[in-house]
Design a protein around this ligand. Structure first.
Ligand SMILES: C[S@@+](CC[C@H](N)C(=O)[O-])C[C@H]1O[C@@H](n2cnc3c(N)ncnc32)[C@H](O)[C@@H]1O
Length: 290
């Protein structure tokens, strides 16, 4: 039995109410838009799962949010993935500029909510490009469950009445790429690991946790832990542009390597115009717990 619900969402700019939504109801299964959310890893086109490659070959329209010239390399990776893994597939690309947000807002959460609202309107326009029976896909950097709003935004669209059915295909995250590149396990034996952002790490190590993975750090927050009298000995495993030919890896005691990381990071950012880096900080290591 089909379940029907009234459609409450207004049309996004540039789209018109069509198909089942024109009737105000979202019950017509044949008109349900199929969307795949495919994790594509963080730069190495060989780090896609077989499931992701099979999914790429089911897609009629790829949805691309263009994040501007500085992200040209990220776009090149996506293009290379399609060249390599979907070469026999005929597909279209629906592209739109990605909405942007204030980089240092007074109210971070409200600003992210506004950004996601704007993204949902863009998503809705792009999904509107699908003809009946076609499948669309968002290629998500790394894995869609980690610091990415694609799933949240699709849920938002569904909740507001857009008739979509989506699947999630996992990808290799920056964290996995970091651990593999440094040849390290993420956790010490039977211990916890916290995943956090540079902004949160600025408040110190989370209580009761000695291993912290840090993403989204524009401020070199690891430098706060160089004083071993205050923090004990803290190790860092740092990686930038993981999985790409520009990959940089540095590891050591943070007090010994922080300046080198800062220098390499600033230099690389100047040369490439952007940087993505991730690191593991670990304090109080004992030989038996490694
Ligand atoms: C918005 S989050 C997306 C994370 C992604 N969904 C994942 O699964 O890895 C972006 C952050 O991921 C990390 N990151 C993504 N790609 C990376 C790469 N190739 N090398 C190093 N860090 C990367 C950086 O910390 C960056 O600030």
């Amino acid at each position: 039995m089909r379940s029907c619900s009234p459609s409450r969402r207004r049309a996004a700019p540039g789209t018109s109410e069509t198909g089942s939504r024109a009737t105000g109801w979202t019950c017509d299964k044949a008109r349900m838009k199929k969307v795949l959310v495919i994790g594509i890893g963080v730069g190495d086109p060989d780090q896609l799962t077989m499931q992701a490659v099979r999914a790429l070959n089911r897609v009629d329209v790829f949805f691309v949010l263009d994040k501007g010239a500085t992200k040209g390399k990220l776009r090149a990776v996506r293009e290379e993935i399609l060249r390599r893994h979907a070469k026999d597939r005929r597909y279209r690309i629906a592209e739109a500029p990605s909405p942007t947000r204030d980089p240092s807002p007074a109210d971070y959460r409200a600003c992210v909510d506004d950004l996601n609202q704007a993204k949902q309107e863009v998503f809705q326009t792009m999904i509107g490009e699908l003809r009946d029976g076609e499948t669309g896909a968002f290629l998500v950097w790394g894995d869609p469950m980690l610091y990415d709003s694609t799933i949240r935004n699709l849920d938002g669209l569904k909740a507001s009445g857009l008739a979509i059915d989506y699947e999630v295909i996992p990808g290799i995250t920056a964290i996995q790429a970091l651990a593999a590149a440094h040849k390290i396990p993420l956790n010490r034996v039977a211990e916890a690991v916290t995943i956090t952002t540079g902004r949160r790490l600025a408040n110190g190590f989370p209580p009761g946790v000695d291993s912290v993975v840090v993403l989204l750090d524009g401020e070199d927050t690891y430098r706060r832990f160089v004083d071993s009298k205050l923090h004990g000995d803290v190790d860092i495993y740092w990686g930038a542009y993981l999985g790409t030919p520009d990959e940089i890896l540095i590891a050591g005691k943070v007090k010994d390597v922080a300046d080198e990381i800062h220098r390499r990071r600033s230099e690389a950012r100047r040369v490439h115009g952007w940087i993505m880096d991730t690191y593991l900080l670990r304090r109080g290591a004992t030989p038996s717990s490694r």
